[in-house]
Design a protein around this ligand. Structure first.
Ligand code: SF4
Length: 346
């Protein structure tokens, strides 16, 4: 089985059968082997630098109803908020002084925050901070709207596909949305010229080895510049509230496989992996992750962006605690850097 890991490292690609063999036959020894190789590849390509992104969760209003998400429109217990343009710009100002050179504007699919307004905010951020990258993560939009975001100056776009299996997609989402449309969005974003990020939850309800193989193969096909995966964590006020969370060991193994397949990708140690287990973020970094996204949102709203239960937003997850984050990373031999951290293949 180790030869499959070696093959992935050198050829950056496996067949469905080979991925299936790795996922079904994984042992602790194999996991360790993959994670160590992935760590070496990451250090070879990025050194021990960790890129930081300032996350601004600017609206938790969403018209969609994904079964796994605490922000789904049917969750009437969610306390909704939407930041004003001025509040978003204040987050950026704060973040710039803290050393952030990428701002990630993330939100639900909120029709109340218009595309024009978002374009104006992006333009203003780029005008005030020309040395910074802007990443958007606001869900599915028509191609022409993505083009408008790009023309306004947005550099990157995050849109997780969540599962690349049509049937599985149908079990995670209500009728009326489709995997095909989501994939089309990702292809549109790529063609327009965005640096694109996708990803999926590990251990979501109804996930199987086959659906995970589809995820890995789809990501091989798309070749995104950023790949974010994290364990599924239930939210009590959703239909999946009683489902078990995804496993840390499988998440780390998948991070390692993704690193070996995509040696230059920007791979975040997600908040979910830090929420699932104390030290999870560090373990993700030691398995091939090289990005962290501390929270720059106004303090008063952080708890309301509740995608899943107990989501971390303080301690080293808080942007203002960069020192705490640096101290934690120093313990494993890494350091954050003040840089845009664009995708580069060398
Ligand atoms: S996952 Fe995204 S699109 Fe789905 S309900 Fe949550 S915020 Fe909305």
């Amino acid at each position: 089985m180790k030869q499959l890991i070696d093959k992935l490292r050198t050829e950056h690609s496996l067949t469905r059968e080979e991925y299936k063999a790795l996922l079904s036959g994984r042992t602790e020894e194999l996991e360790q082997y993959a994670r160590e190789l992935a760590r070496q590849v990451t250090v070879l390509n990025f050194g021990t630098d960790i890129y930081i992104r300032g996350l601004i969760e600017f609206t938790n209003i969403c018209k969609r109803d994904c079964y796994y998400c605490g922000l789904r429109r049917s969750n009437t217990l969610c306390k909704r908020y939407r930041l004003t343009d001025e509040e978003i710009l204040a987050c950026c100002e704060n973040g710039y002084h803290l050393g952030f050179r990428t701002f990630v504007l993330q939100g639900g699919e909120d029709g109340g925050f218009t595309d024009d307004e978002l374009c104006n905010v992006v333009k203003e951020i780029k005008k005030r901070y020309p040395d910074c990258a802007v990443t958007l993560s606001v869900g599915e939009r028509p191609r022409e709207i993505y083009q408008q975001y790009f023309d306004a100056g947005a550099d990157r776009y995050l849109l997780r596909h969540e599962t690349a299996d049509e049937e599985h997609y149908g079990k995670l989402h209500p009728a009326g949305v489709s995997l095909q449309e989501r994939k089309q969005c990702l292809w549109d974003l790529k063609e327009i010229g965005f640096q694109v990020g996708t990803g999926f939850m590990v251990g979501s309800p109804y996930q199987t080895v086959e659906t995970l193989c589809s995820d890995l193969l789809f990501i091989e096909e798309l070749k995104p510049q950023m790949i974010g995966i994290g364990p599924f964590i239930p939210h009590k006020d959703t239909p999946f509230g009683n489902e078990p969370a995804g496993a840390l060991d499988l998440t780390l193994f998948l991070i390692a496989l993704l690193r070996l397949a995509h040696p230059f990708a920007l791979l975040p140690a997600t908040t979910a992996v830090g929420t699932l287990a104390e030290g999870g973020r560090e373990l993700a970094i030691l398995s091939g992750a090289n990005v962290v996204m501390p929270n720059l949102s106004p303090n008063m709203h952080r708890k309301d962006y509740s995608l899943y239960d107990n989501k971390l937003s303080d301690g080293a997850e808080a942007a203002e605690a960069r020192d705490a984050l640096d101290a934690r990373l120093a313990r494993i031999g890494y350091q954050t850097v003040t840089a845009r951290g664009d995708y580069q293949e060398v």
